[in-house]
Design a protein around this ligand. Structure first.
Ligand SMILES: [Mg+2]
Length: 258
């Protein structure tokens, strides 16, 4: 099984599937809705992440999707299944991490499971028709990322403020959750274009391989006709596929089913 193929299949039945958030028209605004799972031993280990780190990151992933759409985050819902090792103190610290984002925790569900399992829904808003989608990249656009890549931090900051500045500026946008090579391939596929990559900004301690294929950068990846003060990594071209310095770059980022 392959995650992209499964999403493509599901998207045949709904135009809202396949972007960072679903866009739901609501009066003069659009609601932006995203859900993300955060699972022990898949996304984190309890030996390396504190309870507050887990709470922070579980919500940060959803907030990053709101940022990728140019939205403002309004409400967070957290469903949490606790394993036997997680006590009251752990749960309190987890929710301290959740609340540290300053976005209202509006509900959720509590349960138990053999390992810690967390499912987060975030609701955001943006003016009607202004959400940044991943299908608008045009031939000739510059490709940008908002920070150096390849060295995930224990806690990351969702790029909500930058996302707001990209409304009306970016032709396409998404967040880098699964690695530049895979996420850029998704953006190009959605937009019906290709990409030529050149300079890749690397974080301290990163290698070119982790910068290209490592997941969890949570920087924004976007395209624009304009010259902007972000890291320019390449250009959108008509020829399909993603190339780095002229060589085909296979998408090798994180796919849950590979
Ligand atoms: Mg995303």
């Amino acid at each position: 099984m392959n995650e992209r193929a499964l999403v493509r299949q599901l998207a045949k039945h709904s135009p809202r599937i396949g972007d960072d958030c679903a866009i739901i028209p609501h009066g003069r605004e659009d609601l932006l809705v995203t859900t993300d799972q955060y699972i022990e031993d898949i996304h984190f280990r309890r030996t390396t992440h504190s309870a507050a780190d887990v709470g922070w990151n579980a919500v940060a992933r959803g907030l990053s999707d709101i940022a990728a759409m140019g939205g403002e985050a309004r409400h967070v819902f957290v469903s949490l299944a606790l394993p036997p090792w997680a006590d009251q103190r752990w749960a309190n610290n987890f929710f301290r991490g959740v609340r540290a984002h300053g976005v209202e925790l509006a509900g959720g569900d509590l349960g138990h499971a053999p390992q810690l399992y967390c499912d987060v829904t975030v609701i955001g808003v943006c003016p009607h028709g202004k959400a940044l989608r991943r299908d608008g990249a045009q031939v000739g656009d510059h490709i940008y990322v908002t920070g150096p890549l390849g060295k995930p931090r224990k806690r990351f900051l969702p790029r909500l403020k930058i996302g707001l500045t990209l409304r009306g500026v970016a032709s396409a946008c998404m967040d880098l959750s699964d690695g530049l090579s895979l996420d850029l391939a998704r953006l190009c596929e959605a937009s019906g274009v290709g990409a030529e990559l050149g300079d890749i900004p690397m974080a301290r301690g990163a290698t070119l391989a982790t910068a290209l294929h490592g997941g969890e950068d949570y920087e924004l990846l976007f395209t624009s006709r304009r010259e902007l003060p972000h890291f320019r990594v390449g250009q959108i071209v008509a020829r399909r596929g993603v190339r780095l310095n002229g060589r085909t770059l296979k998408p090798q980022g994180y796919d849950h089913f590979q």
